[in-house]
Design a protein around this ligand. Sequence first.
Ligand code: SAH
Length: 463
Amino acid sequence: MDWKKNDQIRVAVEAMGSDGEGIAKVDGFPFFIKDAVPGDQAVIRITKLKKKYGYGKLERLLVPSPDRVEPRCPAARACGGCTFQHLSYQKQLEYKWNKVRDCLERIGGFSGIQEKMEPIIGMEEPFYYRNKAQFPVGKNKEDRVVAGFYAGRTHTIIDCPDCYIQAKCNRQILEVVKMFMERYRIEPYDESTHTGLVRHILTRVGDKTGEIMVCLVINGTALPYADELVKQLLTVPHMTSVCLNVNQERTNVILGRKVLPLYGNGYITDRIGDLTYRISPLSFFQVNPKQTEVLYRKALEYAALTGTETVWDLYCGIGTISLFFARSARQVYGVEVVSEAIADARENARINHIPNAEFFVGKAEDVVAEQFALSGGTLRADVVCVDPPRKGCDAGLLETILNMKPERIVYVSCDPATLARDLKLLCRERYEVRKVAVVDQFGQGKHVECVVLMLRVGTTKRD
Ligand code: SAH
């Protein structure tokens, strides 16, 4: 085909790619098109040509797909946050379920896996659900302070005072911080010159408690007129904690290690089920509290605890799953690499009066291997739960888990590709995938969360 970059061609979009982009084939040659939806007929402009595929930009929709909806947010297309606001929620859910199935089949080699997959559990209200936001701060061409989101694949900041997937109180918080910075001439951070002070505004909101935390990430060790900022932020109802996070590195990583409280205790609390959790700025906490409860209940169902079990909860964060399981188990051990999260986990065990949960700081692969060696190879678990970050589990950890011979493995995953890779490894030895649940935590976004139950075959099965 003698196409060139910038040529405009007419396409019919047939499928969706792994990042939510539309795929159209022209004479068998596939184009990946951002913001296109299966069912669209459109004119695209070719932005990149490779030997076997190309990329295109949506120029003009000729016939929109029946699955399209009008995005609520005016910044939806420019913003790198929401991939799917233009797609009906039902179709988003179908896409996510299919993505899990495809990964398990293609990467994991689990043919016929759909038989074991439960219907996806969607959100009741797929907007205004996030409890944590991180807004980059910068300046626009008119030299005004802006805070919002990065445009897709860039570091250009789009001023976005009203994000449709965040808690509504963020609007007021951003206004307060921007006005404060302009009034006292506090410069936003400029990553090209590594100058300026305020890098990000981090907010956290307790879904059940309503408590709010604001944390300014700064390229410095102090904020001028900090008392004034606190005073202004306290006009936001339920403001519970205001703090600074020091990050003076030239890095894309948002948070530094040091937190300086300006007001309150430096944490907020929230509840999942009947448990209360303390959450510090550096600790991981699931971003969608309502669906988190659904996810944990599914994990608990898969763990099928009767009260006699020993459970290891690896990548445990602030001990959310550990404590959720502890009441139904004999003993739970949690492992997490961030020491502040483990401090939260221990405190959470205490405030919820849970005596049978013990926590270790360290990499799961190191801690569990060490405990296994210390036991002389006798360390056993009835249930192992893992909930790793997107890169999945360390291969050495999976080997140690196999040596612990748990009857059940409950794998909570936020990336079906690495999940499939890890399950394949576990299935080499006596384990078998029994059930898969997909729980949508990220309405409008492309990310997918799921829970998998694996059983050790040849042992007594309880389900
Ligand atoms: N289960 C928790 C946290 C899941 S997120 C919850 O549901 O809230 C994944 C967690 O793994 C994060 O807290 C992260 O800090 C931690 N982590 C990342 N790499 C790790 C490793 N190698 N060992 C242990 N924890 C790790």
